[in-house]
Design a binder for this molecule. Structure first.
Ligand code: 5SP
Ligand code: FE2
Length: 225
């Protein structure tokens, strides 16, 4: 039985009161904090760095922080994020000169490591690194902004990734990010994902607990079907 994780993306949180908003979403039942880092270079948008991650820890956030790096180059920011309290660090292979070395650097710094594939990046790019990663993150939108629509072709890619992971009996979390909401989360789970990033669907909802509970019940129904 998969262990499903719901990971709200801070991109849609209220940055003026980030600690409180993240704390509220965790109290409402979320499992993981998805921390989107954008550099106005690898992607057009610009967000936050290790200082803000550290501030969340100082505020008392003890949940797993999943740092999604959309920056190029990546290596220089890995030790600062690990020191700031990141638990998982993922990056896009296009942003590293040496993907194996970047994965090793993340692990040397005490974090779980993952690769992120854009909608247009083939699954084959992750294959040489499958034994080195803890998380495979498939983007279901083009990275850069919250609130976009889920790209349906991702479902096939999720199925293929699930088949690869199961065939090799690897313990890799299969995370999907972008446009996940109450209408599609069970399809994403049925395709084989077990970690679900949702930004706008949760933070734009009036009642975080209700939305997360409904998401979890959609996941439970899928599990029992
Ligand atoms: O990494 C990204 C976007 O680049 C995501 O984490 C989004 O921020 C998810 O937001 P929604 O699509 O769920 O609103
Ligand atoms: Fe993300």
């Amino acid at each position: 039985m998969p262990d499903y994780l719901i990971a709200p993306s801070i991109l849609s949180a209220d940055f003026a009161r980030l600690g409180e908003d993240v704390s509220n979403v965790l109290d409402a039942g979320a499992d993981v904090v998805h921390f989107d880092v954008m550099d106005n270079h690898f992607v057009p948008n610009l967000t936050v760095g290790p200082m803000v991650c550290k501030s969340l820890r100082n505020y008392g956030i003890s949940a797993v922080i999943d740092v999604h790096l959309m920056i190029e180059p990546v290596d220089a920011l890995i030790p600062p994020f690990a020191n700031a309290g990141a638990d998982i660090i993922t990056f896009h292979p296009e942003a590293s000169q040496d993907v194996a070395a970047t994965l090793a650097l993340i692990k040397e710094n005490g974090c779980k490591a993952g690769l992120v594939l854009n909608p247009s990046t083939p699954l084959e790019q992750a294959i040489p690194f499958l034994t080195q990663i803890d998380v495979l993150l498939l983007m279901s939108v083009n990275p850069g902004f919250g609130g976009q629509s889920f790209i349906p072709a991702t479902l096939d890619k999720i199925r293929q990734a699930r088949a690869l992971i199961d065939k090799q009996q690897l313990s890799i979390k299969l995370e999907v990010d972008g446009g996940i909401n109450l209408d599609n989360i069970s399809d994403v789970a049925a395709a084989g994902a077990d970690m679900f990033v949702a930004g706008s669907a949760i933070f734009a909802s009036k009642d975080y607990r209700k939305t997360i509970t409904q998401m979890r019940s959609a996941l439970t129904q899928h599990e029992n079907s």
